[in-house]
Design a protein around this ligand. Structure first.
Ligand SMILES: [Cu+2]
Length: 189
């Protein structure tokens, strides 16, 4: 009788061990699934900003979120002052950057935060660059997405670009906020 009990005990232990191993496998599988989900759900992109001479003046990291795209921007060598900062509709940055087209505007709205018919999806707040030319900031855009196939996708057929202008955006003048020349441009990729 004692022998049987011992045998049963061993079997129970084995069974328990088996289920622990299984649980660990399941955890690993869950982790893999979460990793995959995160990769699929939170798409990222980057843009290297260059001036008209081709010099790199900053970088932008874009990350998808449930309600828009977060842009993390690091500028190293942008002329001091207040500049318009937009997403433009074409992913081409040939100096003088007219190749980037107008503002990203999939909804066909008017320009500017203060426009009754605005803003463009690519409109974003002005940036204030100090004398050093270096500035790190983040901006959140709820009107765009990195998800391909969505009408608001920055990865549409001809891509998109981030543009810094010589002057500031007046948040009103259609179609470009009276912001002047394009001093830096980066294709979103
Ligand atoms: Cu612009």
């Amino acid at each position: 009788m004692r022998k049987i009990l011992v045998a049963l005990g061993a079997a129970a232990l084995l069974a328990l061990h088996g289920s622990v191993v299984q649980a660990q496998d399941q955890d690993a599988a869950n982790d893999d699934a979460e990793d995959q989900m995160q990769e699929e759900e939170w798409e990222t992109a980057t843009a290297t900003l260059r001036d008209q001479e081709g010099k790199t003046v900053g970088t932008v990291e874009l990350e998808e979120t449930p309600t828009g795209v977060l842009l993390r921007v690091t500028l190293e060598a942008v002329p001091p002052g207040v500049h318009a900062f937009h997403i433009h509709e074409t992913g081409q940055c040939e100096p003088p950057f007219e190749s980037a087209g107008g503002h990203f505007n999939p909804d066909g709205t008017a320009h500017g935060f203060f426009s009754d018919e605005g803003p463009h999806a690519g409109d974003m707040p002005n940036i204030h660059v100090p004398d050093s030319g270096a500035l790190t900031f983040e901006v959140f855009n709820t009107l765009v997405t990195l998800v391909e196939g969505d009408p608001a996708s920055l990865f549409d057929d001809d891509g998109s670009a981030i543009v810094i202008h010589a002057g500031e955006d007046d948040y009103e003048s259609d179609p470009a906020g009276h912001a002047g020349d394009r001093i830096a441009c980066g294709v979103i990729e």
